[in-house]
Design a protein around this ligand. Structure first.
Ligand code: ZN
Ligand code: ZN
Length: 211
């Protein structure tokens, strides 16, 4: 019984959307549907999966602006981010226009997420951590059994998320990473919103923002 992960970078920002699925039940989730909805659905079809939900880490355009198109093509519940990111989702028409993305309409997710909620991909369990700082409503998804963290724009390989956008807060971000992420096992794999994968152990040793 394995959890499969396929990384699908989308948008000019090369945001790491991920297709997660349970090998046995074929149930699947897409995380951070920033764009290229048709391509993401092709991956679902290629593996003959049953797509159950979209999970969002935060409301930035490169993570959320493909949701409207994807749910139009293939209606599924949208879970997350935390409600504190609502202002980003409502700003999507302006933000997508200003970055030259296809114009995305504002939306309200099926369900906002909170610290400690448990989500499932088939038989695989993920816990939600709320880590504000990059955005106030940023959440991440952690599977202890699979040693996997879907980190969005909180933690990157040897870097951290920007905090200079409206609503950003550097000290909140550092505190959230220190308290909730660096306490995870060193061999936890980290899938960030941009760039290569890393591990908690690597970041403890080599991330210059965390010393
Ligand atoms: Zn972001
Ligand atoms: Zn991003």
């Amino acid at each position: 019984m394995a959890l499969n992960v396929q990384i699908l970078p989308v948008t000019p920002f090369q945001q790491n959307a991920a297709l997660l699925w349970d090998d046995v039940t074929k149930e699947a989730v897409l995380t951070d549907v920033g764009g290229e909805a048709e391509r993401l659905l092709e991956a679902v079809e290629t593996h003959q999966l049953n797509l159950n939900a979209i999970w969002l880490t935060h409301g930035h355009l490169d993570h959320a602006s493909g949701v409207e198109e994807l749910t139009t093509l293939h209606p599924v519940p949208v879970l997350g981010p935390h409600q504190a990111d609502n202002y980003w989702l409502q700003a999507l028409p302006d933000v997508t226009a200003s970055y030259g993305f296809p114009i995305s309409q504002p939306f309200i997710p099926t369900r906002w997420l909170k610290e400690g909620e448990v989500l499932k991909v088939g038989e695989h369990t993920f816990i939600v951590f709320h880590i504000p700082g990059h955005t106030p409503g940023h959440v991440v998804f952690y599977s202890q059994a699979n040693k996997l963290l879907i980190a969005g724009d909180v933690l990157f390989r040897e870097s951290i998320g920007r905090t200079d956008f409206p609503g950003g807060n550097h000290s909140d971000l550092i505190r959230g990473i220190q308290e909730k992420l660096l306490s995870l096992p060193d061999d936890t794999r980290v899938l960030p919103g941009h760039g290569p994968m890393t591990t908690i152990g690597h970041e403890k040793q080599h991330n210059p923002f965390l010393h």
